[in-house]
Design a protein around this ligand. Structure first.
Ligand SMILES: [Fe+2]
Ligand SMILES: [Fe+2]
Length: 270
């Protein structure tokens, strides 16, 4: 199976580039499944029902949300109705929605998708992502309930993301990091067959401070004083993600490569 994961969609720039390009990318890359993190799609903070619907209509099979999952309050209700949107697994037990589900892919195949938050350098004290992912993956293991397993570890620290990769090696088709909004150059297949990249990067304008228009973050860093709201940068977006091909017999990765298109970063497509 050919799976494309795209990192955090940031603001209108990221959204419009994604929606414009995804239908053609599905064809050109012969994709069987597309997962998109949209936690910053609504003006940089969260995702609305309307935006989630637009991203799904453009050809995403699953939408993932990270620490900004519920910045937009209408997602609290929408995530109960729209099962193709996932919030992190390891937040409050009472949170609406789910953090792991099995999705249909092309030709009757099934892709299990999960997202967990890291704990290192994150603002909230989330539950343990290792045990949360372990429990979820047991409900739809590779070769059991799932033909491929895609896991996003939404975390700040590269070390924690690497640890999750090795923890799930052989049990997931892809473990991909997100949250820093900058793609890393370490895409590879781990010893037991799990594709891994520490961070996928974002779908947004890189002429920015991780997706936000530069002036306000610069002012806050330079002066140390609070000020105006952050606004997403509005220039051309680079779509950033990871492209993986899996062996249908085992669910393990046979190839992995960064994907980048448009905007300021150098293109990459496997
Ligand atoms: Fe993000
Ligand atoms: Fe995040």
């Amino acid at each position: 199976m050919r799976l494309l994961y795209l990192g955090d969609v940031v603001g209108r720039s990221g959204r419009e580039a994604l929606i414009a390009r995804l239908p053609a990318l599905r064809e050109a890359l012969r994709l069987d499944f597309v997962a998109v993190n949209a936690e910053n799609a609504a003006a940089g903070f969260g995702c609305t029902a309307k935006i989630a619907d637009e991203i799904l209509a453009a050809g995403a099979d699953a939408i993932l949300l990270g620490d900004h999952a519920f910045d937009q309050k209408d997602m609290l209700g929408h995530i109960e109705r729209e099962k193709r949107v996932l919030r992190p697994l390891n937040i409050a037990k009472t949170a609406p929605g789910a953090g792991f589900r099995v999705f249909p892919a092309t030709r009757g195949r099934r892709v299990a998708v999960g997202v967990a938050l890291g704990r290192v350098f994150m603002k909230q004290p989330y539950d343990d992502p290792f045990s949360a992912l372990d429990a979820a993956l047991k409900t739809a293991p590779l070769g059991g309930g799932a033909d491929a397993v895609l896991v996003e570890i939404h975390a700040e620290a590269t070390s924690e993301k690497a640890a999750v990769g090795f923890w799930l090696d052989g049990r997931a088709s892809l473990v991909v990091g997100a949250h820093t909004h900058v793609p890393t150059a370490d895409a590879r297949i781990l010893p037991k067959g799990t594709a891994f990249q520490s961070d996928a990067g974002m779908c947004g304008d890189y002429d920015s401070v991780i997706g936000m228009a530069k002036a306000e973050p610069l002012r806050r860093f330079v002066t140390g004083m609070p000020g105006e709201r952050f606004e997403p940068a509005s220039g051309a977006a680079t779509l950033c993600g990871v492209l993986v091909e899996t062996d249908d017999a085992t669910g393990r990765a046979v190839s992995v490569a960064p994907f980048r298109e448009g905007g300021d970063l150098a293109p990459a497509s496997g």
